[in-house]
Design a protein around this ligand. Structure first.
Ligand code: HEM
Length: 390
């Protein structure tokens, strides 16, 4: 049993030494503050993510009634591919994978490079925060362009998105929940009217393609279509922003430089994601009675999977806390594994490899101007600010 408040400031700043203790407890340990079993070991985390006897949501008959003031948010969540199971999951995911082609992603690489150069040329001479100046701009611009949503809407989309994902943090109160619900309603309304516009005048974008898929085959309900677009907007930038910022921090702290070879650069980027990923914990529920790692899970029992702890498991990664630019990271779990493996991983990698090397090349003296501090929340492991000088 481990007692460790996820609200504890020192833990939020550096959870990795606590993860080492958790890993030593065995394949599963009880995290007292959450009140369920968790795993900090790579093998167990990976096994449960891939085990179809576990799902992301509680079985319907065990799910508590949703509070009225969060009705729209929970309805949104219940349609999100992150939460659903086959056959609905397969239907929506396959539509998305078809629309989210490698060609479409690679076509955006020159745009990411150009955007990075524009942002760099606007950097001030004195110390500045790299988050708003760089890391926050790239993912939201890319996902807006990909979906076809006007970039002028980006600041508003960020506000809605932050308010929606805020609900996943350990510290939540009624005011926060009300903001989440209001953001869900406003975001749904906006995308609904946008979908209506695109239906009349389709363009070469992902939303038009999803509309066509829906209208041709009735494969996606209108609400599923809207939910999927919002999920892509939320998931498409929140994690990538912190992937970029945590990554730049790690590169600067370890004095790592990129070279000319894109494959090697991708390897360096994968190492930044392994070492300090933006998303640390996902949970699963047993769909039936199931024994894993010596524990018999009851139907509906929850288990916490610590991706960031698994990524530093010495059983899989030699000297796991060291930044090794040449490390082979095929087994790192920052993007999950199994059925719900991140659909945006190729997009995130493309964004990172076409922005971070340009940043370090253009600013060879880039250095930390202050000790970076992580934002005071556990679920999204991202920096509050990243003060640098060029
Ligand atoms: C560094 C950036 C990113 C990280 C670390 C990340 C991480 C993850 C993880 C861990 C999961 C699995 C969740 C689970 O198993 O419950 C996931 C799922 C997902 N991600 Fe990402 N993600 C990133 C970027 C993106 C981007 C750019 C997009 C979209 C444009 C995206 C879209 C999604 C979607 C739609 C899912 C759900 C897939 C499913 O349930 O089948 N992600 N992501």
């Amino acid at each position: 049993m481990i007692s460790q408040s996820p609200l504890d400031a020192a833990f939020v700043q550096n959870p990795y030494s606590a993860y080492d203790l958790m890993r030593e407890q065995g394949p599963l340990f009880c995290w007292k503050d959450y009140g369920f079993l968790c795993s900090a070991r790579h093998e167990t985390v990976n096994d449960i993510l891939r085990d179809r006897r576990f799902s992301s949501e509680l079985p319907d008959d065990l799910a508590p009634a949703t509070p009225a003031h969060l009705r729209e948010f929970y309805a949104f969540e219940s349609r999100s591919i992150l939460a659903i199971e086959p056959p609905s999951h397969t239907r929506i995911r396959s539509l998305l994978t078809r629309a989210f082609t490698t060609r479409r992603i690679n076509e955006m690489a020159p745009q990411v490079q150009a955007l990075s150069r524009d942002l760099i040329s606007a950097f001030p001479d004195g110390p500045f925060d790299l988050l708003p100046a760089f890391a926050e701009v790239i993912p939201v611009t890319v996902i807006c362009r990909l979906l076809g949503v006007p970039e002028a809407m980006a600041p508003q989309l960020l506000i809605w998105s932050h308010d929606m994902v805020a609900i996943y943090q350990a510290r939540r109160d009624r005011a926060l929940e009300d903001r989440t619900e209001a953001a869900t309603v406003a975001f749904m309304d906006y995308i609904r009217s946008f979908v209506a516009e695109r239906r009349i005048a389709p363009k070469e974008d992902l939303i038009s393609e999803l509309i066509a898929a829906r209208d041709e085959g009735e494969k996606l309900t209108e609400d599923e279509l809207i939910t999927t677009c919002i999920l892509l907007l939320n998931a498409g930038h929140e994690a990538t922003v912190h992937g970029i910022a945590n990554g730049v921090k790690a590169l600067l702290e370890n004095g790592i430089h990129f070279g000319a070879d894109e494959k090697e650069n991708l390897n360096i980027i994968e190492e930044t994601i392994r070492l300090d990923p933006p998303l640390h914990m996902f949970t699963r529920y047993a769909r039936e009675e199931v024994t894993v790692a010596g524990h018999s899970f009851k139907r509906g029992e929850q288990v916490g999977l610590l991706l960031a702890a698994a990524n530093r498991d010495p059983a899989v990664f030699a000297a796991p806390s060291t930044f090794d630019p040449a490390r082979k990271n095929a087994r790192q779990l920052a993007f999950g594994a199994g059925l719900h493996f991140c659909i945006g991983a190729p997009l995130a990698r493309m964004e990172m490899v076409n922005s971070m090397p340009i940043l370090l090349d253009a600013c060879p003296n880039l250095s930390l101007a202050e000790k970076p501090v992580y934002a005071d929340r556990y679920h999204f492991h991202g920096l509050e600010k990243l003060m640098v000088t060029r």
